[in-house]
Every structure is written in C-alpha cells, then in structure tokens.
Design a protein around this ligand. Structure first.
Ligand SMILES: [Ca+2]
Length: 241
C-alpha cells in the first residue's frame, strides 16, 4: 500500500514537472508567434526610436526604392517646390526625402534659392517628419548662391541596423568673384544628423584654389558613417569650372 502511495506521489510530481515544462514551451511558442507576426513586429517598432534600444530589436529589411513624385502621398509635406527626392524602406517604414527650394530676392532684383531637405517616414498610416534641414539666404553684400550636390546623394545601411543612411550635400557661397564655396556634407539616419562642414576646391584648369578642409559635427562614434562621408567628401569636394 505504501509503495502504491509513493508511486502515486512520484507520478504526480513527475506530471507537475512535465506541466511546468510544457508551460515553458508554450511561452516560447507564443514568443515565436509574436515575433513571426508582422503586425506585432510593427507595433513594437513604432516605439523603438532611441539609440539604446534600436540595436537589439529585430530589424525590418532596408530596401532602396525607386522615387517617383507621382507616388508621393499628399501627407508628405515640405517647404517650397520639390527639386528631386529619394525613397527607401527601413524600420521607420516608408521613407521619403524631398529636396526642395523657395525663391528669395537678393539686392532687390536677383532671385536666389533657399534650400530645404525634409525626411518623412510613414508607418501604419502614421506620418512623421524625422528631420528637416534648411539653408536660408543670409545677409550678403555680394552674390549669394546655394545648390545641392547631386553626386553626394547615397542611401545605404552600412551599420546594418535596419535604418537607412541618407547622404547628401550642398554648396553655399557669398562672393563677387571666383572663390571656394562653403560645402556641407551630411548623413541622416533615423532622425540623427552627422555632418562634415568646410570649404570646397575650385579647379579652373590652370589654377586650383581652396584646401577642401572640413570639421566634423554630430559624430559620436559612428565610425562606419564617418568613413563613408569622408569618401564622399573626397569624391565630391572639387568643382571644375
Ligand atoms: Ca543604418
């Protein structure tokens, strides 16, 4: 009789252990299901916009997309008139970056352009402006000019964190003769801006002016982004006249 009780007790304990084990498996299954569910992932990712958390979460695929202004939703707002744009998908959703400009008068007659860059991301119908960049006409007695550098544009995900990195640049000048322009080259990632700011090099054939020196701003150890931007600087800093 005692043996029967002992076996019964052992069986109960064993059964309880098995039940614990099964429960753990079910929890694991539930986690897997949650991670596999695209909607659940998106709901989680909407909260993930801090550098501290973005590295540890599962990333959506970064994909560069074809930009077509006809596809651009009316909810993508930007100042002035669009000059061109780029588009990509990443963990922020459907990303649009619009290069635009407005016209401003200079010295009462000549028209100059104010430049704007606007990064808008759309996720599950929610529209967010992640970063705006602008270069406005400043006080300038001579000719003021600002223009985007098309050769500097790239969209990559070099650090593989699921957030696209948009690089672009523009030149600004206030001068009445031929002299180096201020050159600003930047990379935007998930609303953060890292920039190289300096002056460009003018190649006039018989003479080259400017040193192409720059200073770094906004870098906090993003080595891969800095190295990329340095290469872009080297490839785009010179202007041939
Ligand atoms: Ca990235």
């Amino acid at each position: 009789m005692k043996l029967v009780v002992l076996f019964t007790l052992l069986a109960v304990v064993s059964c309880e252990k098995k039940t614990d084990s099964e429960t753990k498996e079910k929890e694991n299954e539930a986690q897997v299901i949650q991670v596999s569910d695209g909607k659940e992932i998106k709901a989680e990712e909407k909260k993930l916009d801090t550098p501290q958390t973005k590295k540890v979460e599962k990333a959506l695929d970064f994909v560069k997309l074809k930009y077509d202004s006809k596809d651009r939703p009316s909810s993508v707002k930007f100042p002035g008139k669009a000059k061109h744009g780029v588009r990509w998908q990443d963990r922020n959703g459907d990303n649009w970056f619009i290069f635009s400009s407005t016209r401003a008068m200079q010295n009462g007659k000549l028209q100059v352009e104010n430049l704007y860059g606007t990064h808008v991301a759309i996720l599950d119908g929610e529209v967010k402006t992640l970063r705006s960049v602008k270069e406005l006409k400043t006080e300038c007695e001579d000719d003021w000019n600002a223009s985007f550098e098309q050769r500097a544009v790239s969209i990559l995900d070099l650090d593989k964190d699921g957030y696209g990195e948009l690089s672009f640049g523009y030149r600004v000048t206030c001068t009445s003769d031929v002299s180096p322009n201020t050159y600003k080259l930047m990379v935007l990632e998930n609303g953060e801006k890292h920039i190289l700011r300096g002056s460009d090099i003018i190649d006039m054939g018989s003479e080259v002016i400017g040193d192409g020196e720059y200073k770094m701003e906004g870098f906090k150890g993003e080595k891969v982004l800095l190295e990329h931007l340095k290469k872009v600087w080297k490839n785009t800093v010179k202007v041939k006249l």
